[in-house]
Design a protein around this ligand. Structure first.
Ligand SMILES: [Fe+2]
Ligand SMILES: [Fe+2]
Length: 409
């Protein structure tokens, strides 16, 4: 049930090419459960938005007549909780890249009906995953995530090097939660129609290439250094270190359990992104987030309880919501959503969520951190039920080699 007591799913399609718009109508007609409107120009679309409410907008960008990127900016400003999907002919152009960073997802033409229908219905599903309208708006407004200042500097410097390879770039991006999420968002947009997903920063860098990443960094400002007044200085560095090591450890555990390569890869990137919800909260509502940090642990109140009480959801759900909205692979989003309660993901099969859950706790043990922000403990009931509890000592030994990485400032 939506915010207005209805189950209506309302989507607005915008394209200045009349034939394309007609084709869209025909393609979407079978979806009788959707309420659809079609506009051939930006001003017409804005009038429709003023007259009635929509959940999703799908607009062509990159054609000079339509000014689709301005339309998307307008939607971001005035209707921030709508899901924004861009259609474009290529991702290479600077202008397109800029609007592609305002859109939650971008689909590259030629486009088949199934891809578009799947993308739009997934957008409707995603909107229901976070109950709080305030949180939905807050996450939907995020067009980028801040990066660790030292990694951001490294990225900018490396882009001056004419011999820079996409492999080097992938290595730099993989050191940062925000850059990884954003790069995967864009790479997966472009890949959508090919029925495969880009699941690692290394693959994303190779696919997008040095030039697109340079344009993204220098002209669109989608990568920026974290500068948040009010949060402890060490916060972002600690989050990044915790995230990187959790990714490495969880993929080690998955490999040790001989899980398929696909799951090991999901662990690496899911582990890196598992606490992205902390980054969302810290950068978009630092005061409340700080209060949650300060209050956690007092009088036996857990961080989850505090998050639930303050925001109406936990960092795991908030992070997964962002990644879902950004079109990251489902496997990665699920691992993030369930990293604190892996049994709810699957109580019978050891999944990426399970491996990340264990790695998360190991990282705390190794960092010997009493810091309440990222604290977590292994769910032994879950491991017992899977018959994996006795694997724990071997996993711990295996993962201990990542421990000394935590020593750098
Ligand atoms: Fe967490
Ligand atoms: Fe964590």
């Amino acid at each position: 049930v939506g915010e207005h007591g209805t189950n209506l799913k309302r989507v607005l399609f915008v394209d200045d090419d009349r034939n394309a718009l007609e084709a869209l109508k025909r393609t979407m007609e079978p979806r009788t459960e959707w309420q659809m409107a079609f506009s051939a120009s930006g001003p017409e679309a804005l009038t429709k938005l003023e007259q009635s409410e929509f959940d999703v907008i799908v607009t062509q960008i990159g054609t000079p007549g339509l000014r689709g990127s301005e339309l998307l900016n307008e939607v971001l400003r005035n209707y921030p909780n709508m899901v924004r999907i861009a259609l474009c002919d290529t991702l290479a152009d600077d202008l397109v890249l800029r609007s592609a960073s305002t859109a939650h997802q971008s689909l590259v033409k030629p486009l088949d009906a199934a891809t578009l229908q799947t993308t739009v219905s997934r957008a409707f599903q995603v909107r229901e995953m976070l109950a709080s309208p305030r949180l939905r708006t807050l996450v939907s407004q995020m067009t980028s995530l801040p990066s660790l200042p030292s990694v951001h500097m490294k990225l900018v410097e490396s882009l001056n090097n004419p011999d820079l390879s996409s492999r080097d770039l992938g290595d730099i991006i993989a050191q940062d939660v925000g850059m990884t999420a954003k790069t995967l968002q864009i790479a997966n947009s472009a890949f959508f129609g090919l029925y495969r997903y880009v699941a690692s920063p290394a693959e994303a860098a190779v696919y997008l290439g040095v030039d697109i990443i340079r344009a993204l960094t220098l002209s669109t400002g989608v990568f920026s250094a974290f500068q948040q007044a009010g949060l402890p200085d060490f916060f972002i560095g600690k989050l990044q270190r915790h995230s990187t090591i959790t990714g490495l450890m969880s993929s080690d555990i998955a490999k040790q359990e001989a899980l398929p390569k696909r799951i090991c890869d999901t662990c690496l990137v899911g582990g890196l992104l598992h606490d992205v919800g902390h980054l969302v909260l810290a950068s978009s509502c630092p005061e409340e987030y700080n209060e949650v940090l300060a209050a956690t642990g007092k009088d036996g109140v857990s961080r989850h309880e505090m998050e639930q009480k303050t925001f109406g959801a936990t960092h795991a759900e908030i992070g997964a919501y962002l990644l879902w909205l950004w079109g990251l692979p489902d496997a990665v989003c699920n691992a993030v959503a369930f990293h604190h309660k892996p049994a709810e993901c699957s109580a019978t099969v050891f999944t990426a969520a399970g491996a990340i859950h264990v790695a998360d706790a190991f990282e705390h043990e190794l960092a010997n951190s009493s810091d309440s922000a990222f604290h977590s403990v292994v769910d032994m009931k879950y491991l017992n039920e899977l018959g994996l509890a006795d694997h724990l000592p071997a996993w711990r030994r295996l993962c201990s080699r990542h421990g000394d990485r935590g020593e750098q400032p």
